[in-house]
Design a protein around this ligand. Structure first.
Ligand code: CA
Length: 230
């Protein structure tokens, strides 16, 4: 079995050492990036399972890095902020992090969060969705091979994005609450910020070529959840 991989994104050497030590003890292979651009490159190349991402970086800020990484990976992302008011901002912006910690934190606190995350099944196949191929206009969803094409072109969806589309389109026009989506796509032991779902839906819409204000297939029911319009 290959060891899970963690990416640490931070410019402070002490913090890198602390994380490296802790993550190795938790069984991870650790990759380090010291600026935002490097972080996006490494995330793309090395496909980490977990990213610990500091908000204060020398070039791109951590928020922008989180947005960019979230477009192509389902990795667990823990944002680290130096101040509580920054934390509010990050949570409010809902950029796609799974969890947040404020500096200074104890290694034990971070370890506990990492362990909680690892109990959540992320690589599993979602249970929802019928298994037959579904076609809606130019959109074709094949649950057996987990492939989505739009006008014949294969879309590069993450597992979570596929899971959301698969579940919603399995019951067109039925509204799924955030809780239902989280339970089905993320799994029973889901843990963290529930606005994470809006970020994944936003990325999914982009890949489907939908506009957020007038989406063709994935409708938002404000305050409730989402539904698929065939
Ligand atoms: Ca920093």
């Amino acid at each position: 079995m290959t060891r899970p991989r963690a990416l640490v994104v931070e410019d402070s050497p002490e913090f890198i050492l602390l994380c490296q030590h802790l993550l190795e003890r938790e069984g991870f292979d650790v990759i380090v990036a010291t600026d935002g651009k490097q972080a996006v490159d490494r995330a793309q190349k090395d496909r980490p399972d977990l990213a610990i991402l500091d908000l204060g970086l020398p070039d791109l800020d951590g928020i922008e890095v989180c947005r960019q990484i979230r477009l192509f990976t389902d990795a667990y992302i823990v944002m680290v902020t130096g101040r509580a008011d920054e934390l509010d901002k990050v949570v409010g912006l809902s950029v796609g992090a799974d969890d947040y910690v404020t500096k200074p934190f104890s290694p034990r606190e971070l370890a506990a969060r990492i362990q909680a995350m690892r109990r959540r099944p992320r690589s599993g196949t979602p249970s929802g969705g019928a298994s037959q191929v579904r076609e809606y206009g130019g959109l074709r969803i094949d649950p057996d091979v987990r492939e989505v094409t739009r006008d014949g072109v294969v879309l590069d969806l993450t597992k979570i994005e596929f899971g959301i589309l698969d579940l919603l389109s399995s019951a067109p026009r039925r509204t799924f609450t955030r809780g239902q989506l989280l339970e089905d796509v993320w799994g029973d032991n889901w843990y963290g910020d529930d606005h994470i779902i809006d970020v994944h839906v936003g990325n999914l819409r982009k890949k489907l070529g939908e506009s957020a204000s007038t989406p063709r297939h994935i409708k938002t029911l404000r305050g409730v959840g989402y539904r698929f319009e065939p």
